[in-house]
Design a protein around this ligand. Structure first.
Ligand code: SF4
Ligand code: SF4
Length: 108
């Protein structure tokens, strides 16, 4: 049970770069970069936000789960994988690939 709340996974395909999680995180440990693109279609062109980078800084995270609760698109979830100890703060900043759902990535 303790493992289940040890890691937050990001489904980057579900993330719309809305920034809600970053704004609501009490420790400001989610950092998102995105850009807008206008898509031309059959109807009116529409502007969408595209995710460039999404980083959780585990050195500040207190595992409160607020980011998971507030995400309107269920793009964040608890995952049963511990964050690996690092000797540098930079090593505790996980990006999109490291935050991918680790169920398929059991390094033992
Ligand atoms: S669990 Fe809490 S502290 Fe950690 S990234 Fe989410 S909102 Fe921020
Ligand atoms: S709240 Fe959800 S959809 Fe919005 S930026 Fe965060 S992870 Fe992505």
């Amino acid at each position: 049970m303790s493992d289940a709340h040890a890691f937050i996974a990001l489904d980057s395909a579900a993330c719309t770069s809305c920034l809600v999680c970053a704004r609501e995180c009490p420790d400001w440990c989610i950092h998102i970069e995105q850009h807008s693109e206008t898509l031309a279609g059959d109807g009116r062109p529409r502007t969408v936000k595209l995710l460039d980078s999404f980083v959780i800084d585990w050195s500040s995270c207190m595992f409160c789960g607020i980011c998971i609760e507030v995400c309107p698109y269920d793009a964040l979830s608890w995952a049963p994988k511990p964050v690996v100890a690092e000797s540098t703060r930079a090593g505790l900043a996980y990006g999109i690939s490291e935050l991918a759902d680790p169920k398929m990535d059991d390094e033992g």
